[in-house]
Ligand binder design. Sequence first.
Ligand code: PLP
Length: 399
Amino acid sequence: MTDSVMPTYGRLDVAFVAGKGAWLTDTQGKQYLDALSGIAVCNLGHSHPAVTQAICEQAGTLMHTSNIYHIPLQTQLAEKLTELSGMEQVFFCNSGAEANEAAIKIARKYGHEKGIDKPVIIVMDGSFHGRTMATLTATGNPKVHAGFEPLVPGFVRVPYNDLDALRMAIGHWPEAVAVMLEPVQGEGGIKIPDANYLAGVRSLCDQRKLLMMLDEVQTGIGRTGKWFGFQHSEGILPDVMMLAKGLGNGMPIGACLVSGPAVGILQAGNHGSTFGGNPLACKVALTVLETVEKTNLLDNVNTLNTQIVDGLEQGLLGQDGVKTIRSSGFMFGIELTIPCVGLVQQALEKGMLINVTADKVIRLLPPLVINADEANQIVTTVSELVLEFLASQAVESVA
Ligand SMILES: Cc1ncc(COP(=O)(O)O)c(C=O)c1O
């Protein structure tokens, strides 16, 4: 069916033609409850009327000029993002990988300005930062590297959620200029660090004047129940924060935000993007932020997180084959003791979109707009699926 498209994705045998809220309709008219949101993108669900209206109005007014002119909507969006986050300035681009590329360039230039010719960025095992050459190098997954060597120099890796390892790496690398990490590892398997971890990273960065660079591409825009994942750690602010995914609800837009020592590093001519921050994308992102605010979606995430976790724990915890259930807001990970990629197809057959990452972790990223009934439906269907799946496999007791 897709021979003219490069086979870069292992696609499921389904195509959707319409969506409304948390529901998608396929070419046969079958309906699916979307518990994945296009991988943390459609936080407001599908065809949200405010987003549709913003797109139509802005497309009928002005879609694109160029960054060689002022773009007032870009300024408005930057002001809103800095107000929500406490960061100071924003560079706009079109994707998560691009937001991370901007961060990597900031870190390197920051190093050069300090007289470090070969700056080193410390990154994490199990991380995911994108598919460009620099961001795949930063990614802590050998499968993502394979076939693309030589990788980009200037990255060293430490275990995630391990402050001692980070302290040692910082001590070992005088050329270190930045630490880049996710507040919760999404692709890595919904890995949630200890409550004091981000504050610990912040203080290690402060001691050595390294930039703390948080990849909030998946965790940002309400996904964890706060606007940004770092806001769960009181009193800390990153120097660089990267956003994409939920910022546009499907309109491609990414952002790299800076504060403190990272402000003013990139100057005219250092970085740019043709499409980045065009009026259409900025109007949509502004509408997304306003809608999350107006409709109290953060409260919805926090309330339904408890409902979903309670339901999943009741149905699954203690079953042979179920290792743990982890969550932060609307990021849920059910870790099994055995690989379970086949569950994605089985869920599809039951009319639900889920994902499996890191081989053994069922990942749920529902739209932030779901209601209590839809939350229940996710719990019931996923619990049934997992129990059926485990019953069909020979699993060892974890007790
Ligand atoms: C944490 C994180 N960073 C970066 C990316 C890459 O984003 P994009 O696919 O928009 O380039 C992803 C995508 O899954 C992500 O989860």
